[in-house]
Design a protein around this ligand. Structure first.
Ligand code: ADP
Ligand code: AMP
Length: 216
């Protein structure tokens, strides 16, 4: 199954993807996670991405398209895309690569949440740098304050989850990313719109119900 999970930063894409990949045995392809891994490894790609990520801007399309098409090819038709495509050229680049391979995305899930909710989610997000688990200081707290439940150690706050960068990321989302859903609508694709302003488990139930319909 090939899925795209859309929605603003902080909508809960990563949180829901972890559950989707477990249920449907898919590979989670998060462009943000891949970029952070490249940065941590000190690669040329990571160095190129750094300045954009730190200010809440988007990394240039040519860098992202090459990186994600490579990852998609390795996932052999079973994946969920998280954070990609994020611009119209990225959506077109993905479309072209899939068309050339004779493939098609099975579903586009769109998580809907208002900006005020997002600011609270992102500024309260804490992540484990070792295993990638994601928590929230109020909505999904770890068992021991500041420590990963899987005994990895200290949780961290992403630099781009600080309030001023969060505001830039939301601006970037409205200016450049929101239109991606319109791109798929114009192509006649049906969008699985999910109200993501509710409990994490309730969102998961709604996502699974929508996916079960297309999965038969
Ligand atoms: P995204 O991948 O879309 O940027 P995340 O999945 O990392 O978003 O979620 C952002 C923050 O919001 C995390 O701290 C997460 O624990 C929390 N969160 C995710 N979904 C919900 C929800 N439905 N209700 C409350 N908090 C949530
Ligand atoms: P995320 O983890 O999805 O919130 O992404 C973190 C940051 O990585 C973003 O603010 C961008 O700077 C960069 N990024 C992630 N995905 C993309 C993408 N598809 N296109 C451009 N930049 C991206």
């Amino acid at each position: 199954m090939r899925l795209i999970l859309c929605g603003p930063p902080g909508a809960g894409k990563g949180t829901q993807c972890k559950r989707i990949v477990d249920k449907y045995a898919l590979t989670h392809l998060s462009s943000g996670d891949i970029l952070r891994a490249e940065r941590a490894a000190g690669t040329e790609l990571g160095k190129k991405a750094q300045g954009y990520m730190d200010t809440g801007a988007l990394v240039p399309d040519d860098v992202i398209i090459g990186m994600m098409i490579g990852a998609i090819k390795k996932a052999a038709g079973n994946y969920v895309l998280d954070g990609f495509p994020r611009t119209l050229p990225q959506a077109e680049g993905l479309d072209k690569a899939l068309r050339e391979a004779g493939e098609k995305v099975d579903a586009i899930v769109n998580l809907l949440v208002d900006d005020e909710v997002i600011e609270k989610r992102l500024t309260g997000r804490r992540s484990c740098p070792t295993c990638g688990a994601v928590y929230h200081i109020e909505n999904l707290p770890p068992k021991v304050d500041g420590q990963c439940d899987k005994s990895c150690g200290q949780l961290v706050q992403r630099d781009d989850d600080k309030p001023d960068v969060v505001r830039n990321r939301l601006k970037t989302y409205h200016e450049q990313t929101e239109a991606v859903v319109g791109f798929y609508e114009a192509e006649g694709r049906s969008i699985l719109n999910i109200n993501a302003d509710r409990d994490i488990d309730e969102v998961t139930t709604a996502v699974f119900a929508a996916l079960n319909k297309i999965d038969g």
